[in-house]
Design a protein around this ligand. Structure first.
Ligand SMILES: Cc1cc2nc3c(=O)[nH]c(=O)nc-3n(C[C@H](O)[C@H](O)[C@H](O)COP(=O)(O)O)c2cc1C
Length: 172
């Protein structure tokens, strides 16, 4: 097994897509994260996993953050906060209890810092949910390198492979 095979295998696990947002030096920042999971209901804990090489890996230390669950029509935002060339994509920020958050999402969780664990080449951040908002709507989905809506697999003939952009992200 090599790391390419491991990544490909893990990419078979379909996930939603979030942007984790936080305040740094008085300015809102965000990073696209699909390694987000629920951990505990009592106390209410969630986890995000960030690469040590990501700037946010260090910047999130001891900070409150918001987990913004992206809507199907927010693909450009996912790529923008993944360091893609979509830097001109307009971002609508809102104030939040622990951190600035994004408008137009399907849900937002406001988290206080709970714990942080190094794990290999990643840092695991646990946050305690302090506030939440559910807007609903169709979520953005990530599967096998493709970003799309819930019908992601069924929209194109199987014979037509998804297009891939420079970041290796496919789209429908
Ligand atoms: C759909 C998608 C999901 C991603 N999920 C993660 C993730 O869970 N953890 C991570 O560290 N990076 C993830 N990335 C990559 C980061 O968003 C990207 O490296 C970003 O530029 C890091 O920004 P920063 O250096 O400002 O922290 C993902 C990218 C995409 C497009």
């Amino acid at each position: 097994m090599n790391s390419r095979e491991l990544r490909r295998c893990l990419a078979q696990f379909a996930t939603g897509v979030t942007v984790v947002t936080y305040l740094r030096l008085g300015r809102p920042r965000g990073v696209t994260v699909n390694a987000f999971t629920a951990v505990s209901l009592d106390p209410p804990l969630v986890l995000v996993s960030l690469a040590k090489t990501a700037k946010s890996g260090e910047q999130l230390r001891s900070r409150g953050f918001a987990v913004n669950v992206l809507a199907a029509d927010q693909r450009d935002l996912a790529l923008r906060f993944a360091g893609g060339p979509e830097t001109n994509v307009p971002v609508r920020w809102s104030d939040g209890l622990m951190a600035p958050c994004l408008e137009g999402c399907v849900a937002t969780l406001q988290c206080g810092p709970w714990d942080r664990h190094p794990a290999g080449d990643h840092l695991l951040y646990l946050g305690e949910v302090q506030d939440l908002t559910i807007y609903g709507g169709e979520p953005l989905v990530f599967h096998d390198g493709v970003l799309g809506g819930l019908g992601l697999g069924g929209r194109e003939p199987a014979s037509r492979p998804p297009r891939r952009d420079a970041a290796g992200i496919g789209h429908v």
